[in-house]
Design a protein around this ligand. Structure first.
Ligand code: HEC
Ligand code: HEC
Length: 266
């Protein structure tokens, strides 16, 4: 028994490291509580899946053509709500039958799908992308800093193709705990040059002799390090954790996942 337990812990750690949340892993696991499914739900989902779904969809979730449940490729469904209605109502005149599952079984099987069929994985809730877009441009205040498809300021990273660059888990983490999610290259900088100009901004690139930053006026600046009096890299992220609630975070993550770099006016 204790052997199995240790094995699980080890896998959990490996995943946590991958997501880059190592230093605060325990804290995050608790804090995220209602933003994602529990590991109990995911493991219950594995049992339901094997019993009810594997017959048609296969152990890897890829036996129905055009659908790969493990990779999250569906024909029409996007959000967790969509998955709920597919499972409870059925599809294609009963070729996909309607299931009468208990609530815990239903969310378990969705959690198992969202965790990529990994019973020890992390399943992030994916909400509704349209509501997420409205929150992004409205109450979430994301568009005050971020640019998408040619619209918005350049002071924060452009998110036009963020959906293909990052995992759902890292997008969610960025909203809930920006300090844990920040990439080294994105760290804010404060620079003072020899002629006493102070530049604050975001680092884009750096090599041994030069550093490129976007300053607070959105200008691209390339600076020679030897000519700088001060060059400070902040450990702090430029923003606080979002005030959006768990459902709204799930919606914003759904919207970010649709940003695939194919949008208008790149
Ligand atoms: C009897 C075979 C069968 C079983 C059992 C079955 N499915 Fe399906 N499922 C299908 C078929 C066929 C489709 C494609 C329907 C269509 O043509 O849109 C499908 C489609 C889906 C889709 C994709 C819907 C979309 O919008 O793209 C999901 C998600 C899904 N099934 C989940 C499940 C889950 C979860 C279970 C178990 C609770 C399950 N299925 C059990 C046959 C089955
Ligand atoms: C005050 C400005 C500001 C606001 C508001 C803001 N962000 Fe950010 N965001 C940043 C900056 C700057 C970074 C780069 C990392 C850092 O400095 O913390 C960033 C990083 C990110 C990243 C990671 C980019 C990458 O390359 O991995 C994502 C995703 C993101 N923000 C999404 C959002 C969403 C969604 C919202 C709204 C809920 C939001 N941000 C609100 C400034 C902001």
């Amino acid at each position: 028994m204790s052997h199995i337990f240790q094995h699980r812990r080890a896998r959990h750690y490996a995943l946590v490291l991958l997501l880059g949340l190592f230093p605060v892993s325990q804290l995050i696991a608790q804090e995220l509580g209602d933003h994602q499914y529990t590991s109990e739900a995911i493991q219950a989902g594995l049992r339901i899946y094997s019993r009810e779904c594997a017959l048609c969809h296969g152990p890897q979730g890829d036996l129905v053509s055009g659908i790969n449940l493990r990779r999250g490729q569906f024909r029409t469904a996007q959000s967790d709500e969509d998955l709920r209605s597919v499972i409870t109502e059925g599809r294609a005149q009963g070729q996909m039958p309607a299931f009468n599952l208990r609530e815990a079984e239903l969310s378990g099987v969705i959690a198992y799908i969202r965790a990529g069929f990994d019973p020890d994985g992390v399943a992030v809730r994916i909400g509704n992308a349209e509501r997420g877009e409205a929150l992004f441009n409205g109450r979430g205040e994301c568009s005050q800093c971020h640019r998408v498809n040619g619209v918005g300021p350049r002071t924060a990273p452009d998110l036009s193709s963020i959906g293909v660059k990052r995992t759902p888990a890292s997008l969610q983490l960025n909203l809930l705990d920006p300090a844990a999610a920040i990439l080294p290259i994105n760290r804010p900088v404060r620079i003072v040059t020899r002629n006493e100009e102070t530049i604050t901004g975001r680092r884009l690139n750096e090599d041994t002799y030069t550093v490129q930053v976007i300053d607070s006026q959105e200008r691209l600046r390339s600076l020679i390090k030897e000519e700088l009096v001060t060059y400070e890299i902040s450990e702090l992220p430029s923003k606080s954790p979002t005030n959006l609630n768990a459902d709204e975070v799930a919606d914003v993550v759904a919207y970010l996942l649709t940003l695939d770099g194919q949008g208008a006016a790149q």
